[in-house]
Design a protein around this ligand. Structure first.
Ligand code: SAH
Length: 360
């Protein structure tokens, strides 16, 4: 006989939690408010911490629910700017990586949305070992919750730019965003949430209809279809013009300025001609272009252009687009491209790595 599945209580919306507490557990409604606060305001790491919840109810909760709380496996702190990289273990032993960055305007967290990734972008470490599974809303939330508890500081900005393709985990992502921006929880403003996608066109359109005030970031990385195809297999499914059109649609529906991410790869997409072509492709869109000198991974021979070349590219594209920035590198001493911390740990488990984890 199969055991009935436990409820992932931290993924429930306030209303769902109320219904679960009243209808399934047969408890008074106010218990839902208490539980929600313990989970999403006090960021409790287990039921034990919930001091005003009676023992009997805790027992019922333990037997009916899964309480997702990630286990910190590794933490690297940059000596240069205080950036922190975390490696967390999930309930099934899988691992995900998250980053905490402190800026003048507040603290920002970058989370993973999947274990591994199936998108196959050529320069990205997260995709090298393929895709294993989606993260639940609670597993996405808990990356932020554990980091908030660890730093003791409020998180004001959130970017979904870690491992995984968030729009390939659409329903959990939407649930996660609604929980994170719920004023009864951490209450992070939707305006301070950015979701980055390699360009799943139907999902971008669906996202435009959700009535969310989040920022959409598109990983463009090329100014024409052929070059995009050489870097990003997803271009086989969606032509670059379809992707750009989907961002126009997103802006029309939401009024939210689009961010385009463009990883600069020396000799591949960093010439003046590339900049000009990019300007012509997206120059009519209300957008911000973020240039990211590619972070080399040892499995590929892509390199970043010189600083002079990156500035020249920026200058050229500024003829078409007002807001162009070059991403400031955070945590240079602990960096490693996206997904590398996790990959090093999993390679070490397989006995393949001779690299050190420790940075200090
Ligand atoms: N799947 C999503 C989000 C994860 S990646 C997406 O594709 O947008 C977040 C950003 O980092 C993307 O723009 C991605 O293309 C970029 N990126 C990944 N590896 C990189 C590397 N080695 N150097 C520079 N940018 C990289």
């Amino acid at each position: 006989m199969q055991a009935t599945e436990k409820i992932d209580i931290k993924s429930l919306t306030y209303e769902e939690l109320e219904s679960f507490v009243v209808n399934t557990l047969g408890e008074p409604k106010f218990r839902a408010k208490q539980l929600y606060e313990w989970m999403h305001v006090h960021l409790a790491s287990d039921f034990e911490e919930m001091s005003n919840i009676p023992k009997k109810l805790k027992e019922k909760l333990i037997s009916n629910c899964d309480y997702v709380s990630l286990k910190q496996i590794d933490r690297q702190i940059s000596q240069i700017d205080g950036t922190r990289k975390y490696l967390f273990e999930l309930g099934d032993g899988q691992m995900v990586e998250s980053v905490w960055m402190s800026y003048k305007h507040g603290n920002s967290v970058c989370i993973s949305s999947q274990v591994g990734c199936k998108m196959g972008c050529r320069f990205c470490a997260s995709t090298l070992d393929g895709w294993l599974r989606n993260l639940t809303a609670s597993e996405m939330l808990d990356q932020i919750y554990r980091i908030s508890r660890d730093t003791g500081e409020r998180v004001s900005n959130l970017v979904v730019m870690g491992t995984g393709e968030p729009l390939d985990n659409y329903d959990n992502l939407i649930r996660f965003i609604r929980l994170l921006s719920d004023e009864r929880g951490l209450n992070i403003s939707q305006r301070n949430i950015t979701v980055s996608t390699c360009g799943l066109v139907p999902k971008i359109k669906q996202l435009a209809e959700e009535d969310l005030a989040i920022t959409l970031a598109i990983s463009l990385h090329a100014s024409n279809q052929d070059k995009r195809l050489s870097l990003m297999p997803i271009a086989k499914s969606y032509d670059i013009h379809e992707v750009v059109d989907a961002t126009r649609y997103y802006f029309d529906k939401t009024g939210r300025r689009i961010t385009f991410e463009y990883s600069l790869v020396a000799g591949v997409n960093d010439s003046d001609e590339d900049a000009q072509e990019l300007g012509m492709l997206i120059g009519d869109i209300n957008c911000h272009v973020n240039l990211i000198p590619v972070n080399p991974i040892k499995e590929r021979d892509y390199t970043a252009p010189s600083t002079d070349r990156a500035y020249a590219f920026q200058k050229k594209i500024e003829k078409y687009i007002k807001n162009v920035t070059i991403r400031r590198e955070m945590g240079r001493d602990i960096d490693g491209a996206c997904g590398q911390l996790r990959k090093r740990h999993s390679d070490a488990k397989k006995g393949e790595s001779n690299e050190e984890f420790c940075i200090d």
